[in-house]
Design a protein around this ligand. Sequence first.
Ligand code: M6P
Ligand code: ZN
Length: 192
Amino acid sequence: MTAFATPPISPLRISFDPATATIEPTGPILTRRMSDLEGLFADQTEWRRSASGDDPVVYTVTSSPVPELDRELPQSITTILPGDCGGEFHMTKGHQHPDPQGEIYLGLTGVGGLLLFDGERTEWIDMAPGVIGYIPPHWAHRSVNVGDEPYRFLAVYPGRAGHDYQWVLDHGMGARALRSPNGYELAPYESA
Ligand code: M6P
Ligand code: ZN
């Protein structure tokens, strides 16, 4: 994509309400239900039961109006609802950036984890309000809600980075976050 293939957008004022972690104005809003997370949870029997049953919302992504275009800097707020599938905590699909560029997440509400995997090494960053998690280029990333209230975070990422979901289906994420008596534990990754 060449720079300025479409007209650059104008400077923008976005208001952010810390109490609700909402922004105004908004751009696209995405809702991912259990049925959208095929092949990701280890317990496929439980996933199928849930996806073909009440098919709960697992997370939503509210984007600012800044478009995913080269040289732009889009932002989004992701809300992962509390819960699990067969003991594995609610999580995002996870993706690699086809155009390897970094990204930052800022925790807003609740408690979660930022799971990172570069194909060999696995890292976990505990996320809470006020924590910035840095995702370097070449690290696939997934977010997990390990608490009992909505986990929300702000993401800021280069507009050309893109989302490769197949990479995660092919390589996994190195670990899984499972419910444990003390909260959560990280288990070695086993394919779904
Ligand atoms: C963050 C950003 C978005 C991403 C979203 C959900 O808000 O990284 O780019 O789309 O999380 O993650 P996923 O796309 O893996 O479902
Ligand atoms: Zn990303």
